[in-house]
Design a protein around this ligand. Structure first.
Ligand SMILES: NC(=O)c1ccc[n+]([C@@H]2O[C@H](COP(=O)([O-])OP(=O)(O)OC[C@H]3O[C@@H](n4cnc5c(N)ncnc54)[C@H](O)[C@@H]3O)[C@@H](O)[C@H]2O)c1
Length: 214
């Protein structure tokens, strides 16, 4: 099991996105305080994260962007492509499939699952949609390691046992029902309402402090 904290893993993914954007602009080196500024954190935090993964470099010129991208990729990415299934191919499932496919070479949505007769048996955005009754079989056939859960919230808990039985190792749960899985299955419950409320809270705080200054 990895000893790198979850928050560091999240930040590494964010750093890599920024570094890739820099690389595309022809930027070859970046200082820790610049990377930190872009992400709204301190340079100490950036250096601590990179120390944790064993990255060191001559920092006089800043970090070599290409070298750092490769180093972070070596930590984050599996050596092989990781296959993903979408459970619930509605508005969100389809939007995520469209967004992801063709973008990340190491993460690939290979199948979707639904109960809607208009979707099952068809390809949606180039991805086959299977009935839930063949979930376990298809997970094995397509070597699916991760599922994106985008079913209605009301039935999310019904999918826990099929997910465990199929041998899934990671779940990204978009429903509003937080789910727990046994050790060995990593789950991320992503509730967009919580994230939006956090943004709204900080907007309110900023407005209140501006009002107080006037
Ligand atoms: N649409 C958004 O922007 C958004 C944003 C954040 C979170 N969510 C959450 O994501 C989930 C999906 O939202 P949506 O807007 O895509 O809904 P949707 O109704 O468009 O899609 C849900 C899909 O799940 C399928 N489904 C129903 N029962 C199923 C089962 N037992 N097994 C597998 N699939 C089943 C439906 O047939 C449908 O295709 C909801 O829980 C919602 O709260 C949606």
């Amino acid at each position: 099991m990895s000893e790198i904290p979850e928050k560091t893993i999240e930040r590494l993914s964010e750093y890599r996105r920024t570094l890739l954007a820099c690389h595309n602009q022809g930027i070859t080196h970046i200082f820790s305080h610049v990377l930190a500024g872009i992400h709204g954190i301190t340079a100490v935090q950036v250096r601590r994260d990179l120390m944790l993964i064993g990255f060191s470099s001559d920092t006089k010129k800043g970090y070599d962007v290409e070298v750092l991208i490769d180093f972070i990729s070596g930590i984050l990415d599996s050596p092989n492509v990781v296959n993903i299934g979408v459970l619930g191919m509605g508005n969100l499932g389809q939007a995520l499939t469209k967004y992801f496919n063709g973008r990340r070479s190491k993460l690939r949505i290979v199948a979707s699952f639904d109960v809607d007769g208009d979707k099952v048996g068809h390809e949606i955005d180039g991805i086959p949609c299977y009935g839930m009754e063949s979930f376990e079989e298809q997970v094995q056939k397509s070597d699916i390691k991760i599922v994106i859960l985008s079913s209605p919230t009301s039935i999310a808990s019904e999918l826990v046992v099929p997910i465990i039985n199929a041998g899934i190792k990671g779940v990204l749960n978009f429903t509003s029902m937080p789910l727990n899985f046994p050790r060995g299955i990593f789950v991320e419950n992503y509730d967009i309402t919580t994230v939006l409320e956090k943004v709204a809270y900080f907007v309110k705080e900023a407005e209140e402090s501006t009002d107080a200054q006037n």
